[in-house]
Design a protein around this ligand. Structure first.
Ligand code: ASP
Ligand code: MG
Length: 410
């Protein structure tokens, strides 16, 4: 095998106990012994991060974000040092580094910091000494030299940032599933693993609630053209490759069906039917940093219209509040809020050249007696809003309807 630089990231379940850490050490050292340079990025063991959050709450439920980050960053330090010890036991040269030793510079946003740059000199020096480098995921330092964390699930993003900085040949994300599936296998028994998927499809699936990769990691991988692979640390089987263009794209035009329950719908009812109303509503929401997803405007009775839109559940209260506060300026009758909805989407990069995908999706829902509340489409996806109680069934009937063509050859 040609010598390559490979970044390998291992999630919390892959390093949960001593045996699993030994297993990870074996994967890393096998890659190293095959002649590659290896940088491994680790998450905290199992539920460690949750446990640390609980510990903090016990002492002070209002602890500052700075101190929380100081605490949470320790989880990764434990898994990395233990893994380095396991590699020492195997007899390979290794060094573990914290986020700051590895050169992760972030903005000052404690708890959800963004990576500004990775000054990877230390990592490079260690690689030149032919050492395996183990780096703590999920963390860096800000301009005050304080420890910051990148937000839950942020280790994926740490790994991709190192891969981008070092121009690694491959960034492997090891987890407890075999790869990216055409639908949640717990929900859809005949869902199957995808061999390949494009960055854009992966971004859609991630943001639609198929929680395989941290969204920011996929965005970064796309921007820096990092070859990603999602695979299992347990099975030893090939995983799913995430890249710019997949070779089967011409044939495969549907990659997956995803569900997102984390949304709420607001309907602003009885708006005047005059220009500027949508502008007023959505600029107010934008100013309050509310992210709006699907928007639907409909003609109401007489001279009025309604505008409905969806937001994440976390943004619902703020959205409602800012609109109510500006009720007179906007001019509406009332706001109708609904929480018991879910978004179900079909995603595929080849969809744009295949008319009729939406029609067949709607047909499948119609045959199952599932009512559609709202629809939105883009070049690579069609999303519908359905009642939350019917969401799982909707995923199944849509997946069944496209079974023969979803995810390419099986
Ligand atoms: N340990 C952190 C978390 O649980 C980061 C990660 O797992 O990626 O969110
Ligand atoms: Mg974790």
């Amino acid at each position: 095998m040609r010598m390559a630089l490979i970044v390998q990231k291992f999630g919390g379940s892959s390093v949960a106990d001593a045996d699993r850490i030994r297993n990870v050490a074996r994967i890393i050292t096998d890659t190293y012994k095959a002649g590659n340079d290896v940088v491994a990025v680790l998450s905290a063991q199992g539920d460690t991060t949750d446990d640390l959050i609980d510990k903090a709450a016990e002492i002070n439920p209002k602890a500052s974000k700075r101190e929380l980050d100081m605490l949470l960053s320790t989880g990764e330090q434990i898994s990395c040092s233990l893994c380095a010890m396991a590699i020492e036991a195997i007899g390979c040269p290794v060094v573990s580094l914290t986020g700051w030793q590895a050169g992760f510079h972030t903005n000052s946003g404690y708890g959800n910091a963004r990576i500004k740059r990775v000054r990877a000199d230390r990592i490079r020096t260690e690689l030149d000494k032919k050492r395996i480098v183990i780096v703590t995921g999920f963390q860096g330092i800000n301009k005050f030299d304080d420890i910051t964390t990148l937000g839950r699930g942020g280790s994926d993003t740490s790994a991709v940032a190192i891969a981008a900085t070092l121009r690694a040949d491959l960034c492997q994300i090891f987890t407890d599933v075999d790869g990216v599936y055409t639908a949640d296998p717990r929900l859809v028994p005949n869902a199957h693993k995808l061999d390949e998927i494009t960055y854009d499809e992966m971004l859609e699936l991630a943001s639609l609630g198929a929680q395989v990769l941290h969204n920011r990691s996929v965005e970064m991988a796309k921007r820096y053209n990092v070859n990603l692979e999602v695979l299992s640390s347990f099975s030893g089987k090939p995983g799913t490759k995430v890249k710019e263009v997949v070779k089967t794209m011409e044939k495969t035009y549907i990659s997956g069906v995803a569900k997102d329950k984390n949304i709420a719908r607001l309907a602003v009812v009885g708006l005047k039917n005059s220009p500027g109303i949508a502008y007023k509503i959505f600029s107010l929401l934008a100013k309050s940093k509310v992210n709006v997803d699907i928007i639907l405007q409909s003609i109401g009775r007489g001279d009025t219209k309604d505008i409905s839109f969806t937001v994440s559940k976390a943004d619902r209260e703020v959205a409602q509040k800012v609109l109510e506060e500006n009720k007179d300026a906007i001019g509406f009758d009332h706001i109708d809020v609904s929480d018991d909805i879910a978004k179900v989407s079909i995603v595929g990069a080849g969809m744009v050249n295949n008319p009729g995908v939406a029609a067949r999706m709607f047909e499948a829902l119609y045959n199952a007696g599932i009512n559609i509340n709202m629809i939105s489409t883009s070049e690579i996806k069609v999303s519908v809003l359905v009642n939350v109680a019917e969401a799982d069934r909707a995923v199944r009937v849509i997946h069944d309807r496209f079974y023969d063509e979803i995810g390419g050859e099986q």
